[in-house]
Design a binder for this molecule. Sequence first.
Ligand code: NAD
Ligand code: ZN
Ligand code: ZN
Length: 361
Amino acid sequence: MVHRVKGIVVMGKNEPVSLQTVLVPDPGPGEALVDIITCGVCHTDLHYKLGGISDDYPFLLGHEATGRVAAVGEGVTEVAAGDRVILNWRAVCGECRACRKGQPQYCFNTHNATQKMTLEDGTELSPALGIGAFIEKTLVAAGQCTKIDEESDAAAVGLLGCGIMAGIGAAINTGAVQRGESVAVIGCGGVGCAAIAGAALAGATTIIAVDIDPQKLARAEQLGATHTVNSSETGPVEAIRALTGGFGADVVIEAVGRPETYTQAFYARDLAGRVVLVGVPTPEMTLELPLLDVFGRGGALKSSWYGDCLPSRDFPMLVDQYKLGRLDLDAFVTERIGLGDIESAFEKMHAGTVLRSVVEL
Ligand SMILES: NC(=O)c1ccc[n+]([C@@H]2O[C@H](COP(=O)([O-])OP(=O)(O)OC[C@H]3O[C@@H](n4cnc5c(N)ncnc54)[C@H](O)[C@@H]3O)[C@@H](O)[C@H]2O)c1
Ligand SMILES: [Zn+2]
Ligand SMILES: [Zn+2]
């Protein structure tokens, strides 16, 4: 059977998104059909729309979602119809060279649904990050469903599906922040604020939030920043050094995705410190650094794909931290909107007035 449902599609580069009828097939072997409950609006959805990710239009947007499994295909044992799930874009294969090295968080062959969702005229859709969740029902690989309990607010815990996990994981997994360390986060949108919350969860004692928008800095303080720097007024490298005894932070997390903010992160860390790039650059961006500084400052320059998370390990653990009151996921939900409000959510993201707009279906 094919399900006819409404979903948010972008037909071509920088065209406005539109509500389209989408045909979703029943799940085949290894697949799950999921009724979407909530889906957050992530900056990466805007990158898809603007052509920063690929040219495989049309895209079915949305990927930061909770849902309820409606049906599973042949051979699926990890989830069953009725399960409440967060969707993930890291369904590890277990067989690629990363998985075989015992590093499934880098899995190079993550699973997505094999069957395609299409428009009514048969045009195949590319689902954002292999999910596509601004839609009533979506089709994913069963491994993209991480089962969670029934109790917590779907809009809040669903944010763990992408940006908030990326930010928290940039701190606790990629940056491996330790108790007592100093951490600076450049860019305090949803991802950067999550990195701040992650640094707090890991026990960092100096947490410096850097942004050009004072509203973002106020939210960062609510989520655990001990100091704030408005980098449109103050040089962030000097300010971070001044707040860390003149040396720089142990870990600096770049959550903007631009060469100038990466360069700030590079120079704002202590000798032998770690830089974590979690912001996603666009294809035309390049970086120039004196190679002697790369050598002389030592330490580690790491990128964080999806917070180096393992959904089956990290999502339930972070839902538990939320339920224990140690991780304020509610603070990330700025507004609850409908499927028709995505363009205005993009505008608010651009204007910097929201951390996360969450679509409720
Ligand atoms: N690595 C991953 O797996 C992953 C996952 C999700 C999102 N991301 C990326 O993370 C980045 C942030 O996403 P988001 O949803 O938080 O976006 P966002 O738009 O909510 O936040 C970006 C923040 O950066 C600030 N900013 C912009 N220019 C700045 C500058 N020059 N100096 C300091 N701050 C500046 C903005 O004021 C804003 O607060 C994006 O590039 C997104 O694509 C990465
Ligand atoms: Zn793998
Ligand atoms: Zn995302």
